[in-house]
Design a binder for this molecule. Structure first.
Ligand SMILES: Nc1ncnc2c1ncn2[C@@H]1O[C@H](COP(=O)(O)OP(=O)(O)OP(=O)(O)O)[C@@H](O)[C@H]1O
Length: 307
């Protein structure tokens, strides 16, 4: 069974009378890239700050690498790397000098890790170029270098893609995938734009007004969003035989509530209904469905999305 890296149980943060995070339960397994999606003010940063120990929860529990006590959590947080507030870099120093400063500050003995980390994030050829002259993409990558220099097992990233141009987004995404695949780093990453994290996240947590309103794997989400016919029948076994034999397609899935998702014949539901009914399968409903990822999120939070 895959190891649980992070679990929160009813975690809550209250500022005066305002519940910024309200009884949130998330579950992240080793190797996941967990996309935390919510519009501005939803509670993403507050949740990530509690996980990384920058602020104390008002209630609930955190389990990180199987530790739940304060001492245990402090120890397990040494296995994390974070970009929550932008790390401050010295504007007149190079990438190497800046990272060297953080290597010493974090008490990392291995001097070579500065060079290795810069290589990992693609900043090995920046020479004496000063941080102040870096592009935003380079600055974000140096931020990531800061987060991974201690070889963390979990990366906690708060909106690291914010402000990047489309090329920068693709590059940053590829870098995170590389860290996940090659270094086996589990990642939790927040964004207010679902599309930014598609092609990256393996799981999503949707947060709205402090509540986690849905936790879903990317596979399930793709299935829900892909255009299909949602068919409710009395006998799925019989129905799938008809779909395969008579309609000659295997592009379907059977859900456990007597529903079949058919990815063929989407624009001709009458053909499907006729085939099923003539073979004595009762069809209680048949609907065309499927939406794009961004609209899925908007529908989930009840429309009215002003990011
Ligand atoms: N230190 C604080 N004191 C009082 N209220 C706060 C504090 N920090 C956050 N909040 C409030 O908690 C709510 C959640 O804020 P949070 O920053 O976690 O949201 P977010 O999803 O990260 O949004 P953004 O994308 O805008 O950063 C907001 O209403 C915010 O005003």
């Amino acid at each position: 069974m895959t190891e649980t890296v992070l679990k929160t149980k009813d975690i809550t943060k209250k500022y005066k009378n305002h519940l910024a995070v309200n009884n949130v339960n998330i579950d992240i397994k080793q190797g996941d890239i967990y996309g935390l999606i919510g519009k501005n003010g939803a509670g993403k940063t507050t949740l990530l700050r509690m996980i990384s120990g920058l602020t104390m929860p008002s209630g609930g529990d955190i389990e990180l690498f199987n530790e739940t006590s304060n001492d245990g959590l402090n120890k397990s947080r040494m296995r994390t790397g974070c970009i929550i507030e932008t790390p401050s870099f010295f504007p007149y120093l190079s990438a190497t000098k800046n990272l060297e400063y953080y290597r010493i500050q974090k008490g990392i003995v291995d001097k070579k890790c500065v060079e290795d980390t810069l290589k990992m994030v693609g900043l090995e050829d920046t020479g004496k170029k000063k941080f102040k002259d870096f592009s935003l993409g380079m600055k974000q990558r140096l931020g990531l270098a800061f987060a991974i220099i201690g070889s963390p097992d979990l990366l906690i990233l708060d909106e690291p893609i914010n402000g990047l141009d489309p090329t920068g987004i693709v590059e940053f995404r590829e870098l995170l995938l590389k860290l996940n695949k090659e270094k086996n780093i589990t990642i939790i990453i927040s964004s207010h734009i679902l599309g930014e994290l598609s092609q990256l996240a393996t799981n999503y947590g949707f947060i709205h007004n402090g509540h986690l309103i849905e936790q879903i794997s990317s596979k399930e989400l793709e299935g829900k969003c892909k255009r299909h016919l949602a068919i409710k029948v009395d006998n799925t076994e019989k129905a799938t035989v008809i779909i395969e034999k008579q309609l000659e397609t295997k592009k379907y899935e059977v859900l456990n509530n007597n529903e079949i998702r058919l990815y063929d014949y989407v624009d001709t539901p009458e053909i499907v209904t006729q085939a099923l009914v003539l073979n004595e399968v009762m069809v209680s409903s048949i609907n065309q469905t499927g939406i794009n990822l961004e609209n899925y999120f908007i529908e989930l939070i009840g429309g009215n999305y002003n990011a």
